[in-house]
Design a protein around this ligand. Structure first.
Ligand code: SF4
Length: 295
């Protein structure tokens, strides 16, 4: 079984669970061992737990301290959830800034959006009104409101979802190759700025690679992985969820993990890595969001 590369959330959850146990004999698992190595006395989880900025360890799971323990600090009710949000915000901001530099070297135009509102304004600034647009299937585009923007009437939108028949859908997908702007998400992004996709039908990756005059990729930095190999592992992790979301009958919707099936409904058929846009600089525009979206 493959695991996602970024499992830090699970680690933190384990830590939080373990520190709620007052009986030291019950302290087992990774969280307790991690705390023990650092000679930190866990305290019971409560709403007044805070992590003073100078006591945070940004490279590992988070210590929990009583709010009165350090210098009489009076930061109130700064619980684990707030702390987690702050740390992820910090991580995502840092990632976006660094990635932006890496992706520009690969001839992608890069934008950073820190909220859904900012994302929509960015998309509006990229795509002029009246332009022809289309998109690949994407949870990100739906949940961020970008699909609604495309349907606003300000664009000539080739909308696959409006198709009444399979044939009609196919026609719209073919027209998508000629649009001014094709929108999609990516399934993973490597630390050094490569875009990674996994398609069932291939229409989306085909349009990203060739056809539309411009491609707009909208992806959260929660999809960033170390390298292409880890992108493959990430995709093995999320694909069963996509199968479930699409109501398919692949074996992974029973197991919850990938079994590298030969099912005819398999969605993992075209694994594509876009290394650069060197032949057409700026054709691919990437909007990195520092908030989470998609799977
Ligand atoms: S569809 Fe098949 S290959 Fe894809 S995740 Fe499920 S089991 Fe694995």
């Amino acid at each position: 079984m493959k695991y996602p590369i970024d499992n830090s959330r699970n680690v933190w959850q384990n830590i939080a669970r373990s520190v709620t146990k007052t009986d030291s004999t019950k302290r087992r698992g990774r969280g307790a061992a991690w705390l023990a190595r650092r000679s930190v006395t866990p305290v019971a989880a409560s709403s007044n737990l805070v992590v003073p900025a100078n006591k945070r360890d940004l490279n590992g799971p988070v210590f929990l301290y009583d709010s009165n323990e350090f210098n009489g600090q009076t930061r109130k009710s700064k619980g684990v959830d707030v702390m987690r949000v702050e740390l992820y915000n910090w991580r995502y901001e840092s990632l976006a800034e660094q990635l932006s530099k890496e992706m520009k070297k690969r001839y992608f135009d890069v934008f950073i959006a820190r909220s859904k509102e900012e994302l929509l304004e960015t998309v509006k600034s990229i795509i002029p009104e009246g332009a022809s647009v289309s998109n690949g299937g994407s949870l990100t585009l739906a949940e961020t409101g970008v699909l609604n923007l495309l349907r606003s009437g300000n664009y000539v939108y080739y909308d696959r979802a409006s198709a009444q028949t399979i044939q009609e859908r196919k026609e719209i997908e073919l027209k998508s190759f000629t649009v001014d702007y094709y929108l999609s998400s990516a399934n993973a992004i490597t630390n050094d700025g490569k875009l990674v996709f996994l398609d069932g039908n291939g229409n989306r990756v085909a349009a990203v690679l060739y056809g539309p005059r411009n491609v707009v990729i909208i992806a959260s930095v929660n999809k960033v992985v170390e390298d292409v190999e880890n992108a493959r592992r990430r995709l093995q992790f999320i694909s069963p969820m996509n199968s479930k979301r699409l109501n398919l009958e692949t074996p992974c919707i029973k197991t919850g993990y990938c079994v590298d099936c030969s099912n005819k409904q398999r969605i993992c058929n075209y694994f594509v890595v876009v290394e650069t846009s060197a032949r057409q600089p700026g054709r691919i525009k990437v909007v990195l969001t520092t908030f989470e979206s998609g799977l």
